[in-house]
Design a protein around this ligand. Structure first.
Ligand code: ADP
Length: 338
């Protein structure tokens, strides 16, 4: 066969007698199908008669059919390869486009707080020098100026926090990619974690209405990494704050369903079209047309990806219920500790 020879095999011969013969063939014609030196298939014919003698015409017909078949197989293979190459090229182009968009966004996002920090520091420095150099004015007046400097420092601190969050998100994503996201599991009360996150955001955004629903007089025990779960709730809640208008309320809830705990964050913001909902959790994905309404920063499209990874690593699930113009409820479930 490797040499490309056509074989007529009599299955009753002792050499072939013990071999597999699923179709009970008697005299087999086996024609190798070759493309160049490569064997790509085998054309087998069985005349269903032990006494059949193949004529020269039959043999050349079978060989011609085998040649044609081989060419068709080869053509299919080449077409498939070309399709694969095309798909790879498209995927590569898409990955490069995403990377370009990401680099543009990341540098903008990191640059904006940096510029503000730099300006604030220069301003603070000048004001501080002025306060220190001035002999005139009452103590009260000088204190007032010093308070202004402190305000400026608080603002700078806020910008540093924002930078810190962005860099942490980038670090988390690279840890996820390298499968090195570590969890420090411990027994906790989920109610305490949710409460703490809500309290933090109420302080950060005092103008907003954030209502909290907790099970009455009940601890919600789980064996989780409290910082990481806090990170997920913070991400859901800051998104709700960020993407809905300032006057719209937000609700946060924790409940128990069988042996699962469910945490949810509901807003009355823009809502997300159904076709976008499954993509929300992908790295760098941001829904076209959804704009930041309040607060600072546009984000890099990483928070939900990180949140899903954290929850799945805890054997839980994430999801969203949302409709454009109505709002969104982002939720996650976690197994309760026994
Ligand atoms: P980002 O830092 O861009 O907010 P996320 O991964 O947290 O990244 O969210 C991904 C995208 O999902 C957001 O850019 C936004 O388009 C959409 N999104 C997330 N939360 C909400 C929400 N509560 N309402 C409407 N859209 C949302």
């Amino acid at each position: 066969m490797q040499a490309g020879e056509t074989l007529v095999l009599d299955t009753s011969q002792s050499l072939l007698q013990d071999g597999p013969n699923p179709y009970q063939a008697q005299v087999l014609l086996a024609v190798p199908m070759r493309v160049g030196e490569r064997l790509v298939g085998l054309l087998i014919a069985d005349p269903r008669s032990a006494t059949h003698r193949y004529t020269a015409e039959e043999l050349s017909l079978a060989e011609a059919a085998a040649k044609l078949g081989a060419l068709l197989i080869e053509r299919d293979r080449l077409l498939r390869e070309r399709e694969e190459a095309r798909a790879n090229e498209l995927a590569l182009r898409e990955a490069t486009r995403q990377m370009d968009t990401f680099l543009g966004m990341a540098s903008h996002e990191l640059k904006t707080p940096l510029t503000t920090i730099k300006l604030n520091l220069q301003l603070t420095q000048r004001r501080m020098e002025k306060v220190l150099r001035e002999d005139s004015g009452t103590v009260e007046q000088r204190n007032k100026k010093a308070l202004l400097v402190l305000d400026q420092l608080a603002h700078t601190d806020h910008q540093v926090d924002r930078l810190d969050r962005l860099v942490n998100d980038l670090l988390d994503v690279s840890r996820i990619q390298a499968d090195r996201l570590e969890l420090r599991l411990e027994p906790v009360d989920l109610a305490a974690i949710v409460c703490e996150v809500v309290e933090e955001q109420r302080q950060a955004a005092p103008a907003r209405t954030i209502t909290l629903h907790l099970p009455v007089n009940q601890r919600v025990p789980a064996f989780v990494d409290p910082d990481r779960i806090g990170q997920v709730v913070t991400n859901y809640l800051t998104n709700a704050l960020k993407y809905s208008a300032e006057e719209l309320p937000i609700e946060v809830g924790l409940g128990v369903e069988g042996n699962l705990a469910r945490i949810w964050v509901r807003d009355e913001g823009p809502g997300i079209p159904a076709a976008e909902q499954e993509h929300l959790w992908e790295r760098f994905h941001r829904v076209p047309g959804i704009e930041v309404q309040t607060g600072s920063g546009i984000g890099l499209g990483l928070g939900l990806h990180i949140s899903r990874t954290i929850i799945e690593r805890h054997h839980g699930q994430v999801g969203v219920q949302s409709a454009p113009g109505v709002g969104s409820t982002f939720w996650c479930t976690l197994p309760l500790a026994p």
